[in-house]
Design a protein around this ligand. Structure first.
Ligand code: ADP
Length: 625
């Protein structure tokens, strides 16, 4: 007897103690495995001429034995050799990505199970013993894998006539809560196949009892056993849209793509024309568990006329739609397609373009028709759309810009650029934005106050990539983007502009003096009209804002950049006069206050104060006076 690997053991425990309430899905899992195994063999046979496989022979068989309390599921797929039995059934296939946290709530365990597609172990939810007979298609020897659950498993050689896999489940005895015997009923199995596995492309057959008139009799019936197909075998994506319920699409999604949550959008596609194809696309509602790891790969399953030829065909999705799940089936593709050929395949390029358009349209529709779901989606994948807008020198910005959302100072919610522009005041030329760590922090920025007072809406950008997106876009519907901290906000009237210019000229010497004190850190010191209640703020000249400086310098590059910082002083704040006074009477004190003011304006921006001890001492000195 061998022991299961630790992670498998844990999953097995969960199965045996069956936290998972939906026990009947075990059949779906085993049928899917059987179908995958047939797929593998069939695909292999297309390229390997030594294999003489006929499509019409490929099938899955189910048989029930009430007396022995067994369900047997067999397939004539690729089968497994000894090593594969050991590797595939002794460990969780995707164990590498499994990260069980030891003390988790049960609810989360269920999600973990769901996440991985419950898989083979689900058999233990209903079985006291599981026996797997398997023989690989090119082997002479078969092997049998047996396990009663947690204690472990054993593998031994066995005789098998033909290749494939046969799984025998010894169904558990009924308990007070659970009637396992139900799974031994013909009607139940039929229901379960119809419900979960109808689209499986190989016949799922079972001997079914049928009442039939006795030979020669017109009134007397007898029960006979007839081999029946339980599934319709039409893949879900080949059925017409109105013949498939939302639930069927969703259940297919959960099972096929191992997601435990419903997708925010299901997109069935059917295109006829120069390149005909069918596709079934899903927009997930949350990030997949490996989204932020190098293991994550974009791509859609690729079928050629119903036969799976590739698990993840990256060529079908642009990077900014990498989160889309689903499959494409085209009759026009060559079956012997290889990666290299794929990259240059014209058909595939056409399909990609068409799929991209479709996703774009559907996301726009979702945004317009179901804002709540769209925002859920956007919270998970919005960043990807922003990257798409910004990368490749903004080549795709037109396609993506209307899918972007930003936090609005007006609505206090997420808003599109289009909505912003619709709300713009008549005289407003620019789309205003402010950057910071969080909406609350940005809302308290001194630079924001006056713009808001003028009645202009501001987009609050909290994502480090946001400002780069605006910079790449340059404009939206002929409106430029303006950071509220940039040099020329153009909010003042002509008179106000004249007045502040005069003020700065008259106090030139003082401002120069203050600049000299802060020397390397600063470009200029000046009086401003842009502030309302706050005494000082930092703004920037040129294309690099303070936020951009932060973002770029946080990246692992040798070259650091520097924003051209300006210290602006509120002309109508009492501090303005105080400074002027000091310049005449006490230059030493002006020096200290300049340092304090610069430090406080840096704090507001979330920048580091280089000399905190000195500043702290200067403040205490001022207080003590
Ligand atoms: P998953 O199907 O998600 O990979 P499972 O636990 O269901 O995980 O199965 C583990 C592996 O065992 C499969 O990936 C497959 O390689 C193998 N396997 C399971 N059932 C069969 C079968 N009927 N025929 C051949 N191989 C199988």
């Amino acid at each position: 007897m061998k022991e299961f690997k630790a992670e498998s053991k844990r999953l097995l425990d969960l199965m045996i103690n069956s936290i998972y309430t939906n026990k009947e899905i075990f059949l779906r899992e085993l049928i899917s495995n059987a179908s995958d195994a047939i797929d593998k063999l069939y695909y292999e046979s297309l390229t390997n001429k030594d294999l003489n496989i006929k499509k019409e022979d490929l099938k899955i068989n189910i048989s029930l034995d009430k007396e022995k309390r067994t369900i047997t599921i067999s397939d004539n797929g690729c089968g497994m050799d000894e090593k594969e039995l050991e590797n595939n059934l002794g460990t969780i296939a995707k164990s590498g990505s499994l990260n069980f946290k030891q003390e988790k709530e049960k609810k989360e365990d269920i999600e973990i199970i769901g996440q991985f597609g419950v898989g083979f172990y689900s058999a233990f939810m209903v079985s006291s013993k599981v026996t797997v007979y398997s023989k690989k298609y090119n082997a002479t020897q078969g092997y049998v894998w047996t396990s009663k659950g947690a204690e472990g498993y054993s593998i031994e050689p066995c005789d098998m006539e033909s290749y494939g896999t046969k799984i025998v489940l010894n169904i558990k005895e009924d308990s007070e809560d659970e009637k396992y015997s139900e799974f031994l009923e013909e009607y139940k199995i039929k229901d379960m196949v119809k419900k979960y596995s109808d689209y499986i492309r190989y016949p799922i057959q079972m001997l079914c009892s049928e009442e039939k008139l006795k030979d020669g009799s017109k009134t007397e019936y007898e029960t006979v056993q007839v081999l029946k197909n339980l599934n319709s075998m039409i893949p879900i994506w080949k059925k017409s849209k109105d013949k498939v319920t939302e639930e069927e699409y969703e259940s297919f999604y959960r099972e096929k793509f191992g997601d435990y949550e419903k997708p925010v959008k299901v997109i069935p596609v059917s295109v006829e024309g120069t390149c005909s194809y069918k596709a079934l696309l899903y927009i997930p509602s949350h990030e997949p568990y490996d989204y932020y790891t190098p293991n994550f790969k974009k791509g859609l399953q690729l079928y050629s006329n119903g036969v799976l030829i590739m698990e993840k065909c990256e060529e079908l999705l642009p990077d900014y739609y990498c989160f889309v799940n689903g499959l494409v089936d085209s009759e026009d593709l060559s079956l012997n397609i290889s990666r290299e050929i794929l990259q240059h395949d014209r058909q595939l390029k056409l399909i990609e373009k068409s799929i991209e358009k479709k996703i774009n349209t559907e996301l726009m529709n979702l945004l317009k028709e179901d804002r709540e779901s769209y925002e859920k989606f956007y919270n998970a994948f919005g960043r990807q759309l922003k990257y798409g807008t910004y990368s490749e020198f903004g080549m795709n910005k037109e396609k993506l810009q209307d899918l972007l959302l930003f936090h609005s100072s007006f609505t206090k919610k997420l808003s599109t650029l289009e909505e912003y522009v619709e709300r713009m005041k008549e005289d407003q030329k620019s789309i205003y934005y402010a950057c910071g760590e969080s909406v609350d922090k940005i809302d308290m920025l001194p630079q924001v106050e006056k713009v808001k007072e003028k009645g202009y809406e501001i987009f609050y950008l909290t994502d480090s990539i946001d400002e780069f997106v605006f910079q790449t876009m340059m404009e939206y519907k002929d409106k430029t983007f303006k950071n509220v901290s940039s040099e020329d906000l153009d909010l003042d009237t002509k008179e106000e502009k004249e007045a502040i210019k005069k003020e700065n000229e008259e106090n030139k010497d003082m401002l120069e003096y203050m600049k000299e004190i802060l020397k390397d850190d600063i470009q200029e010191v000046r009086f401003t009209n842009r502030l309302k209640n706050h005494p000082v703020c930092l703004t920037t000249e040129g294309g690099i804002s303070i936020e951009m400086e932060k973002v770029i310098n946080s990246m692992p590059a040798d070259q650091k950049i520097k924003a051209k910082i300006v210290l602006e002083i509120n002309n109508s704040h009492p501090i303005a006069n105080k400074l002027k006074e000091l310049f005449k009477e006490n230059k030493e004190e002006l020096k200290n206050y300049t340092k304090i003011l610069f430090a406080t304006s840096k704090l507001i921006e979330g920048l580091e104060v280089k000399n905190p001890t000195e500043i702290s001492n200067l403040i205490c000195e001022a207080i003590s006076k």
